[in-house]
Design a protein around this ligand. Sequence first.
Ligand SMILES: [Ca+2]
Ligand SMILES: [Ca+2]
Ligand SMILES: [Ca+2]
Length: 261
Amino acid sequence: MKKSYYLIFMAAAWIICNSTAAWAGPFAVDDYIDKNDSGIVAWATGWENYLPGTHVDTQWQTPDKALGAAVGGSFDIVCLGRGGSITMTFDTPVANGDGADFAVFENSFSASFLELAYVEVSTNGVDFVRFDNYSYTSSPVGGFGSVDASNLYQLAGKHQQGLGTLFDLDMLQYNTGQDASILDLNAIYYIRLVDIVGDGTAFDTAGNIIYDPYPTTGSAGFDLDAIGVLNPGTSAVPVPGTFWLMLSGYVLLVKTRREKS
Ligand SMILES: [Ca+2]
Ligand SMILES: [Ca+2]
Ligand SMILES: [Ca+2]
């Protein structure tokens, strides 16, 4: 074999071997959207119940950095810390339209340093339903270890910074972990992210251990950049009580006049 052919052959073999090794799991890895995609029409407008876990420095504890459009860098984030959580809120709710309805942006600098979180949604801010989720990472990955995205399903943090992991509210109709019938899938005002501690103590819907980089310190756990909305619903604007009072007064007035005439 000529040297040049040999080099091409070796390069091709390397690419095939490594691409096979890179995506070895059962799940698709195209469940993301770029932060600049025109399909994103709105972003989270508020937050509540930020409960940072351990091993997170105060400089990463600014929830306002998860508001508005995704920045796609490492720093414009709120860090959840080990086992921490936050609820993001939306002036206009997320609705169950065609395909994916919202996207969660984390700040990973690579396609394999994946810090994960459970995703839970709510209509009323009290009753939350967690998306069924699956993780087939078979062993601990260490503080700087790699996670294969194709082993993950419906977990936030599956994709690197600038690429939001997509979630489809329609999938909640097939949820096995939690019954989603308590939700109005066309009026999701709250999305809660719960950091997964990757030391072997957290589980997916099937009971598999979910491993992710552990231990990490300083900005341990999931780092939220933003949540983008692809399918907005109609915000229910409550009719003020004074309106009904005035209307019933008017009806009474008309009725009285008619009776007199
Ligand atoms: Ca949908
Ligand atoms: Ca982190
Ligand atoms: Ca941000």
